[in-house]
Design a protein around this ligand. Structure first.
Ligand SMILES: *[C@@H]1O[C@H](CO)[C@@H](O)[C@H](O)[C@H]1NC(C)=O
Ligand SMILES: *[C@@H]1O[C@H](CO)[C@@H](O)[C@H](O)[C@H]1NC(C)=O
Ligand SMILES: *[C@@H]1O[C@H](CO)[C@@H](O)[C@H](O)[C@H]1NC(C)=O
Ligand SMILES: *[C@@H]1O[C@H](CO)[C@@H](O)[C@H](O)[C@H]1NC(C)=O
Ligand SMILES: *[C@@H]1O[C@H](CO)[C@@H](O)[C@H](O)[C@H]1NC(C)=O
Ligand SMILES: *[C@@H]1O[C@H](CO)[C@@H](O)[C@H](O)[C@H]1NC(C)=O
Ligand SMILES: *[C@@H]1O[C@H](CO)[C@@H](O)[C@H](O)[C@H]1NC(C)=O
Ligand SMILES: *[C@@H]1O[C@H](CO)[C@@H](O)[C@H](O)[C@H]1NC(C)=O
Ligand SMILES: *[C@@H]1O[C@H](CO)[C@@H](O)[C@H](O)[C@H]1NC(C)=O
Ligand SMILES: *[C@@H]1O[C@H](CO)[C@@H](O)[C@H](O)[C@H]1NC(C)=O
Ligand SMILES: *[C@@H]1O[C@H](CO)[C@@H](O)[C@H](O)[C@H]1NC(C)=O
Ligand SMILES: *[C@@H]1O[C@H](CO)[C@@H](O)[C@H](O)[C@H]1NC(C)=O
Length: 729
């Protein structure tokens, strides 16, 4: 592996864009870079300080998509945190790296951050981009010169990536790097599935490490409204959600899920924390289709034959849409907002029967957003311009293409003067299960998805017919966003399963969104090391451990109570106010054992022996991502509650007898294994599953990948004894 890696670093195959940068650096994305013939390295372990050029320390740049751009000093602060955690991870005993503001370094071995002339940094269309940077490495200094503070930030990602790949060493040389396209990232359907704010923030950290600058969050939607089966009452009751929660009386009643929503303060914090890592949250509020949550609020606004579609002719529809946007526009810190405008088709009519009304709606939203907030709007490609319509959509509305059967982005839109963002179904995913779409990013397609078998790129709308693709330098291609949908609603996945849909493949796509030159073998060679180095998140819910055994509590020789000694060697000692006797811990509703851990992601085995003394359902293990219950609240079946939903087994722990049990995560599946001390002593394995399907259709059972709950043992209604608690990776 190590040897393979050494080859990968110095051999960057494929054709490099810039002839003078043929050696480049393998990273995700790759970095154009010329190594100095004199050789040598800058050793990151010797860094003295981060020196921020005083002429630019407080500079912000307004050319990006965010309205809250950090200053160069702000980005330097986040970089310093990342660098310090990287150096600590290397088990260095050293003081934290600080930031100096100055024009000149006092000592050597510094990292200099400054701003240069934007005309040096160009996108694929040959336009200046504020996201470019140059990187210069000598044995005594690293200098990152950005077109803007954001450009510098991307340069700091290159430094961290190269350090992670090369034992903290950066090879001497220099290069100039800039993204080919201005919008790069992912979209998450947070309408049909709630995601906590911390998840969004961690995802931003993930995107940012690979230089993706956009997290598009779809904030309202509903389950598919099957009008052939659903009565009006059923439609009014179908799962639908609007994730923003405002106390403004103008929208009172719109949001009925307060505990699965973002308040202004929370959403603001998410946007600020993502912006701090160069990622802009693009909010989407979906209308006039996929708008059941609006008609559940104001039933008169729905079209009778399908109330998930708003009736645009109703005199209150556009004013209602404007009221909603007026309430939430001040929350958003981006120049462009997404108004949805997807799939507006009444099944009882021809496909484009509602196109004229739809166009009226979109143009009204466009005018409203321009005049009230000076913002642009984006829509999903739905009704391309046509001479059949009495109106068409204004060309300053940008189009997010997702399906060739909805539009032909090149011929319908680009050729007619619209800018297009590529979210083609080549990388469209549906969580957990779909009859037609995949659940993960197809990495083969990333590296070979062009019609000619070459790598995918944002200008590729059609992976098989190049006639439908503009040239790579087409200025109207805005970039690429990989979309993840939750067609089957909230109980299909836990939060982190969205991340696992992207985990392996999105970084590869990030290289193509940037315009990098990464080849498949190099990707696999560097992925693990880079993945382990992503700062600002622990989406894997990894736990540092000296050995395979992460935690081990035996209650035999606990002589330091209330401290419960961890014998794993990791010193993850717990604290308890419960009684310890005869080698076990007695759990009652008024005591618990708390650990310094919270959650463990896949894979793990959490084993314990348990002796319930009452049938009362209650939590055995609790953590921030999941709770393992003996009982679901009313029945005694073992149940895990995760991401707001219960997953129940056909099994109850027997009373007044010891059972050896293990909660086991293997890849994307979670099991409970039990061995009762009476009877056969056979191990029974049961799997936590979810039942996926809408209204009795395509019902399938699928695996659930649930994190281990580790923060608290007991402390709820569960009563009984527990012993031999062990967590193994
Ligand atoms: C940046 O702004 C802060 C706060 O306004 C100020 O204290 C500091 O002196 C400024 N730094 C530079 C280098 O201009
Ligand atoms: C940037 O470079 C261009 C071209 O060399 C030059 O015309 C322009 O004046 C420079 N701008 C600044 C701010 O130095
Ligand atoms: C207009 O509608 C007719 C009938 O549906 C269709 O055949 C024709 O292709 C449409 N024209 C355009 C420009 O879309
Ligand atoms: C879960 O993992 C199994 C085995 O690797 C795989 O076949 C299945 O497709 C995975 N499921 C999802 C939803 O990714
Ligand atoms: C991935 O994409 C390639 C085309 O690049 C295709 O041949 C292959 O079938 C796809 N794999 C899956 C699992 O869809
Ligand atoms: C490729 O796309 C062009 C333009 O849309 C179309 O005319 C042609 O029939 C397509 N070719 C194939 C093989 O589908
Ligand atoms: C507890 O102490 C006894 C006596 O010293 C010893 O035999 C036993 O192995 C210890 N148990 C554990 C789990 O350390
Ligand atoms: C427990 O499961 C039963 C049977 O499915 C169900 O009726 C009950 O509502 C569940 N209770 C809770 C609190 O989830
Ligand atoms: C929100 O509250 C509902 C109703 O009490 C509950 O079913 C759901 O699990 C809660 N969601 C979360 C994420 O806790
Ligand atoms: C609880 O477990 C019993 C078997 O012990 C099973 O018959 C029942 O369906 C389970 N209940 C639920 C809600 O899964
Ligand atoms: C986790 O378990 C799955 C299924 O057994 C296996 O494919 C995967 O390699 C394991 N992952 C790790 C990190 O060990
Ligand atoms: C998930 O919700 C669907 C309804 O959308 C329901 O049919 C299914 O039983 C639920 N699955 C579980 C595991 O609760």
């Amino acid at each position: 592996m190590r040897q393979f890696w050494a080859q990968a670093l110095f051999y960057l195959s494929g054709t490099s864009q810039a002839a003078d940068n043929t050696d480049g650096l393998v990273g995700i994305p790759t970095v154009p870079f010329s190594k100095s013939s004199s050789g040598g390295y800058f050793e990151l372990h010797n860094v003295g300080a981060i020196v921020v050029d005083s002429s630019f320390a407080n500079v912000t740049d307004t050319r990006g998509t965010t309205l809250i751009p950090p200053t160069l000093y702000d980005f330097a602060t986040t970089f310093a945190d990342d660098l310090n955690s990287y150096l600590q991870g290397e088990k260095e005993e050293r003081n934290n790296i600080g930031i100096e503001v100055g024009s000149q370094a006092k000592n050597s071995q510094n990292i200099h951050l400054t701003i240069g002339n934007s005309s040096d940094f160009l996108d694929v269309a040959g336009r200046e981009t504020s996201e470019g940077y140059s990187l210069s490495v000598t044995p005594s200094a690293i200098t990152i010169t950005g077109a803007s503070p954001l450009g510098v930030w991307w340069g700091t990602r290159s430094v961290l990536q190269q350090a992670a790949l090369n034992n903290g060493k950066l090879v001497v040389g220099s290069g100039t790097d800039s993204p080919g396209w201005g919008i790069r990232g992912a979209m998450l359907d947070a309408g049909r599935h709630y995601y906590p704010p911390s998840f969004l923030v961690e995802m931003c950290a993930y995107l940012s490490f690979y230089k993706q600058n956009t997290f598009h969050v779809h904030l309202s939607d509903n389950l598919i409204n099957n009008v052939d089966l659903y009565s009006r009452e059923t439609q009014l009751d179908l799962y639908a959600a609007f994730r923003l929660l405002s106390p403004d009386p103008a929208v009172s009643g719109l949001n009925k899920r307060a505990n699965e929503s973002y308040t202004r303060e929370v959403f603001d914090d998410v946007q600020q924390r993502c912006a701090a890592r160069g990622v802009t949250i693009v909010p989407e509020l979906e209308m006039p289709g996929h708008a059941l949550v609006i008609s559940q609020w104001k039933p008169d606004l729905g079209i009778d034959t399908d109330i998930s579609l708003l009736n645009i002719s109703h005199p209150d529809t556009i004013p209602t849409a404007e009221t909603i946007w007026k309430t939430f526009l001040p929350w958003f810190h981006t120049k462009t907002v997404h108004v949805g405008a997807d799939e507006y088709v009444d099944a009882s009519l021809t496909k484009d029967a509602l196109a004229t009304e739809y166009n009226t709606f979109v143009n009204a939203m466009n005018g409203f957003m321009q005049s009230t907030a000076n913002k642009s709007i984006r829509i999903w490609g739905t009704f391309p311009p046509s001479s059949n319509y009495t109106n068409n959509i204004a060309t300053n509305v940008s189009i997010q293409h997702w399906e060739l059967y909805e539009d032909n982005p090149y011929w319908d839109y680009i050729q007619n003067g619209y800018d297009v963002l590529n979210s083609d179904d080549a990388f469209y995913m549906v969580s957990k299960y779909s009859a037609g779409y995949p659940q993960t990013i197809n990495i083969t397609k990333v590296f070979h998805g062009a019609p000619d078998g070459g790598p995918y790129a944002p200008n590729i709308f059609d992976t098989s017919n190049s006639t439908n693709n503009p040239s790579r330098d087409e200025p109207r291609v805005l970039g690429h966003i990989a979309a993840l949908w939750n067609d089957f609603g909230p109980n299909t996945t836990v939060y982190s399963e969205a991340y696992y849909s992207w985990r392996e493949g999105l970084p590869a796509l990030a290289d193509k969104q940037w315009g990098g030159q990464l080849v498949e073998d190099d990707y696999y060679a560097v992925f693990d090391k880079l993945h382990a180095a992503i700062p600002g998140q622990n989406l894997d819910r990894a736990i540092a451990s000296k050995s395979e055994t992460i935690l081990s509590y035996s209650f035999d020789n606990q002589t330091h109570l209330p401290t419960v000694k961890d014998s794993s060697g990791n010193q993850y000692d717990g604290k308890t106010d419960c009684t310890v006797a005869n080698g076990s811990l007695t759990l009652t509703p008024t005591c618990s054992l708390t650990t310094p851990l919270s959650s463990k992601g896949r894979n793990y085995t959490l084993s314990f022996s348990i002796y319930p003394t009452k049938q009362t359902p209650g939590a055995i293990f609790s953590g921030p991502d999941s709770v393992l219950f003996a009982g679901n609240g009313t029945i005694s079946n073992v149940t895990i509650v995760a991401s707001g939903n219960p997953y129940t087994l056909n099994y109850s722990l027997p009373l007044n007898t010891w059972t050896k049990a293990s909660l086991v995560a293997q890849g994307n599946a979670t099991f409970l294994r039990v061995e009762e001390s009476t009877g056969q002593k056979a191990v029974t394995e049961m799997e936590f599953l979810t039942r996926i399907g809408l209204d009795g259709e395509s019902l399938v059972w699928r695996e659930m990948a649930i994190e281990a709950p580790l923060a608290t043992i007991g402390g709820s209604d569960f009563e009984g004894l527990i012993k031999d608690i062990k967590l193994i990776a």
